[in-house]
Design a protein around this ligand. Sequence first.
Ligand SMILES: C[S@@+](CC[C@H](N)C(=O)[O-])C[C@H]1O[C@@H](n2cnc3c(N)ncnc32)[C@H](O)[C@@H]1O
Length: 394
Amino acid sequence: MKLTPTQQEFISAHENEDVRELALRFRGEDMPFLLAQIAGRQTAKHKIPSWYRTGEIVYPLHLSLEQASSEMTARYKASLVQEGKARFVDLTGGMGVDFSYLSACFGHAIYLEQNEELCRIATHNFELLGLNHATVLHGKSEDYLSQMEKADLIYLDPSRRDERGRKVFHMEDCSPDLTQLKDLLLEKADRVMIKYSPMLDISLATKTVGDVSEVHVVSVDNECKELLFILKKDAGECRYHAVNLHRGGEMEDFLFTREEEMQEAVLTSQPGRYLYEPNASIMKAGAFNAVGNSYKVRKLHRHSHLYTSDLLLPGFPGRIFTIDEVMVPNRINIRRFVSVTEKVNIAVRNYPMSVAEIRRKTGLKEGGESYLFATTLANSQKVWIVGKKVKNKR
Ligand SMILES: C[S@@+](CC[C@H](N)C(=O)[O-])C[C@H]1O[C@@H](n2cnc3c(N)ncnc32)[C@H](O)[C@@H]1O
């Protein structure tokens, strides 16, 4: 498994080149392996920077790396685990990114994976990463679970692809199928953490599984990346965390319960001085009333999920814009706006035209400092709201 000096030299020399072009230029028995290393390092540079810096990490075929978690989301998972616990089991080890961060909180950690090649790679990589408390096992989660010793935490990140490589969106279509394993999982561990794709319907999944004590909707720089379900026996009321991790190091974590969300609908109002757009995790988690009521902002319309206030609330979990102008998009107003605007970032919410249609109709170019929200107010008036992003918010 260890890379030879010649292989390392080849990888470094071509690390920034196009892998498909390299495949045409070079032939040789170990070429597929070397190209997988180059492609792996190119992905890891952004996705798993600590691994990238550990030069001799070996990467598997592309799909495993694509399915692996990023360093940022793996670190977030580790932050949910209490340090100093005894035993951790990852039943779907894969590339081992989640394992490498989660296992650091435990005295002994077991990595299980059905793919033998991934087990070999994991053994090599864990040694390089200094994970001396890790045991790598080859096998099926279902078989191992039925005979394993009790653990403090079991983690699963089921495969989200079927045999033909298509993405699947239902819990039952993932491997392993959690709906079949849940009772046994809770017999074998005090806590179970499961990762799913953000494509999954959260309410349906929570109902299907039961015993869900926490749901974490995790975004990175406002792009929804994963859903985490934490199960434990007698879970009580489920708490939802809508989390947005920023590459700059900050994070937003909005906590709510379904009961809070069901309590009272946010009132609507005409646009005030600021426009508030909740982050992608709040949108996915469906915390529309909870976020509005917590921050005492009002909605522009029941269905648009854009909020407003005369106050600047810097802690709001999402983007904040000044409202510099609210205009009715008639011919005269559009002509005037276009004549003084070179570039603008356009978004539509609850509006009959798409961004592309507005651009085509007006000739407005994308970019610049200004933002235009085309939307509908509570009195059904269609408007364009123009403003600027309040600094230090993505
Ligand atoms: C999404 S990947 C895990 C990625 C991993 N969390 C990481 O950060 O690198 C899922 C892995 O589960 C493995 N897997 C799927 N079904 C399994 C099963 N029934 N038993 C054991 N492993 C399984 C797949 O081979 C795949 O490597």
